[in-house]
Design a protein around this ligand. Structure first.
Ligand SMILES: [Zn+2]
Length: 229
C-alpha cells in the first residue's frame, strides 16, 4: 500500500512536469533537439541528493553534461580500475562535445569520504573497491569533522590531478582550450568553496576572484585568466 502511494506520488510529479514546466520551456527543448546539445561544462559531482548542480550554477537544460558517482571520484585513464561510466563520460565530453570546463564537485558531510575511514558494509564489495580511489587523499588521523573536511577537499584536488592523466584532457588544458575547476560545496553555508591553484586553498565563491582554474599554476594568471599559450 505504501509502495503504491509512493508510485502515485512519482506519477503526479511526472505529469506536472509535462503539464506545468514543459509548456513554459518547450521552445528551449525543441531547439535542443533540433540543434543537438552543446554543453560547455562537464560536471563531475558526488551522487549525494543534497548537491543540486542546476541550482548551484543557475543552469538549465543543455548546459551541463553531468556524471555523478559516490564521492565524485575520477578513475585513472589506464583502465586499471575496470570499466566505468565516469571514464567514458570524460572521454565523450572532451573528445565529442569539446567542453571548455570540467568541474569536480565534492561537498561537506560526504558519506563517501566518511566511509573511506569507517569502511563500507561487508557485502558492498564494489563500493569498497571504489572508495580506494580516494586513498591518497586520506589523512593519518582519526576522522574528526576537521579531518573529514580536509579530506573532502584533498579528494577534489586528487581527482583534478587524475584528470590530467587523461591524454585528451592534458592536451586541451595545455592548449588553453579547457579549464579544470575543483569545488567543495558547503551545504550548511549554501556556498561553493573554489580551489585556488596558486594558494592551494579552497576559497569561498563570494571572495574568490575566479571559479577555479585547475591544478597547474603556469597556466594561471594572477587575475584567474587561463593563458592560451
Ligand atoms: Zn558525497
Amino acid at each position: 500500500m505504501t509502495q503504491e502511494r509512493a508510485a502515485d506520488e512519482l506519477l503526479t510529479r511526472l505529469r506536472s512536469f509535462h503539464s506545468d514546466y514543459f509548456p513554459r520551456h518547450q521552445q528551449r527543448f525543441q531547439d535542443l533537439v533540433a540543434q543537438g546539445q552543446h554543453p560547455k561544462t562537464l560536471f563531475i559531482g558526488c551522487s549525494d541528493s543534497r548537491l543540486v548542480p542546476y541550482l548551484l550554477t543557475g543552469t538549465g537544460p543543455g548546459e551541463l553534461f553531468i556524471v555523478r558517482n559516490v564521492g565524485a571520484f575520477v578513475p585513472p585513464y589506464d583502465g586499471s580500475h575496470g570499466h566505468h561510466g565516469t571514464t567514458a563520460a570524460i572521454e565523450f565530453a572532451v573528445l565529442s562535445l569539446a567542453v571548455e570546463r570540467i568541474v569536480v564537485c565534492g561537498h561537506s558531510h560526504c558519506g563517501a569520504i566518511r566511509a573511506c575511514y569507517e569502511g563500507a558494509p561487508e557485502e558492498a564489495v564494489n563500493l569498497q573497491r571504489w572508495l580506494k580511489l580516494a586513498d591518497e587523499a586520506l589523512l593519518p588521523v582519526r576522522p574528526c569533522p576537521e579531518a573529514l573536511r580536509r579530506t573532502e577537499e584533498r579528494a577534489v584536488v586528487l581527482q583534478l590531478e587524475r584528470l590530467m592523466g587523461y591524454p585528451m584532457v592534458r592536451r586541451r588544458v595545455e592548449a588553453g582550450e579547457l579549464t579544470l575547476h575543483g569545488w567543495h560545496y558547503v551545504i550548511e553555508e549554501g556556498e561553493i568553496h573554489v580551489f585556488d591553484a596558486q594558494s592551494g586553498d579552497f576559497v569561498p565563491a563570494t571572495r574568490s576572484p575566479h571559479a577555479g582554474t585547475g591544478p597547474y599554476r603556469h597556466y594561471v594568471e594572477h587575475d584567474g585568466q587561463v593563458l592560451c599559450d
